[in-house]
Design a protein around this ligand. Structure first.
Ligand code: ZN
Length: 325
């Protein structure tokens, strides 16, 4: 370091008042598995919480295995939040181990009434993709807020205020998705995707859902699966099918090719965020933005028109420089 610059810095440091008061408590260090949980945690926790996901954009949680550095990150965390219902299929043992050492919460089972969950198959039990129905995912807000308040009781007021404000935004988002999907002509309300991540979306917003692969991505897709899906696409005259950000698009492409060989033209309607959000620092890198982008892609490719964003999401849109609200 150049001494001429170092000297004034040192002088400034010495001139700063000495800290006599109790130092401000550092933000609660929270590690989550998927980004969707980290985003809710950041919205709810505000200044009191620093939440980071282990899995970034494009990462498939069904197959994700913890690296040595992940284990270190989890070790350093004060709290761990994960989705549960076998979404993080390879992390079961790691999460169980940490649950004996620190607050480790499976947010979906802790938040959502069993009667509102969809069953998947015998292997999976419950379909873990609950974030696809905003009215279900918004239930995690209070669970996450309460978990934080246990560790930072002094933050109770701000966390509760944040939770309330964010829940209002999610309520408005839920309405907006529903209104937008309703604009798709009824016979075209069919959503063909790479894997079965959209059943909650379909149930909540009134669109039939067909996944080429099952609930998890840890199974092989066979020729029979491709042909079966091509049959549906042809029979129902589906105009567009969708690839997913966390999954290799080859099965979707195989369905398109198979349908085309039999004389039915179908296009890729866009890339959907299924099990991970978009790039950090972009609108799509938030939970609200993920649902918005998916809805927009689905509605437009299937012949509908999205509704204007509601007033309750104006501040969110402004944050990301979107002038739609
Ligand atoms: Zn999935």
């Amino acid at each position: 370091m150049n001494i001429r610059y170092a000297a004034p810095l040192l002088a400034m440091a010495l001139a700063a008042p000495l800290a006599h008061a109790e130092p401000e408590q550092a933000p609660l260090n929270v590690v989550t598995t998927i980004g969707m949980i980290a985003d809710v945690a950041s919205e709810v926790g505000g200044e009191c919480v620093a939440a980071e996901p282990m899995m970034g954009p494009g990462v498939d949680p069904h197959l994700y295995q913890a690296s040595a550095s992940d284990v270190q990150t989890l070790r350093n965390a004060e709290q761990i939040l994960y989705a549960g219902y076998s979404l993080e299929g390879q992390l079961g043992e790691v999460l169980e181990n940490f649950s004996r050492q620190k607050t480790t919460v499976a947010v979906s089972p802790e938040s959502i009434d069993l009667s509102r969950l969809l069953t998947a198959d015998d292997v999976y039990g419950i379909d873990p993709h609950v974030w696809m129905d905003v009215s279900l995912w918004s239930r995690t807000v209070d669970t996450i807020g309460e978990t934080f308040i246990e560790a930072r009781p002094e933050c109770e007021d701000s966390i509760q205020a944040n939770a309330e404000a964010y829940t209002k935004q999610l309520d408005a988002l839920h309405q907006w998705v529903r209104e937008s999907v309703e604009t798709i002509p009824e016979e075209q309300r069919i959503l063909v995707t790479a894997h079965d991540a959209f059943n909650y979306f379909g149930r909540a917003y009134g669109i039939e859902v067909e996944g080429i692969q099952g609930i998890s991505t840890d199974t092989e897709t066979g020729i029979a699966d491709i042909r079966h899906m091509a049959d549906i696409v042809i029979e129902r005259e589906v105009p567009a099918v969708f690839i997913e950000s966390t999954i290799n698009p080859r099965t979707v492409q195989a369905v398109i090719d198979s349908a085309e060989k039999r004389g039915h033209e179908v296009v890729i309607g866009g890339q959907l965020y299924s099990d991970a959000m978009g790039k950090k620092g972009t609108a799509d890198g938030t939970y609200i933005g993920m649902l918005r982008a998916n809805t927009q892609a689905i509605v437009e490719a299937l012949g509908g028109e999205v509704a204007p964003l509601p007033d309750a999401l104006a501040s969110w849109a402004e944050r990301w420089d979107l002038d739609e609200a």
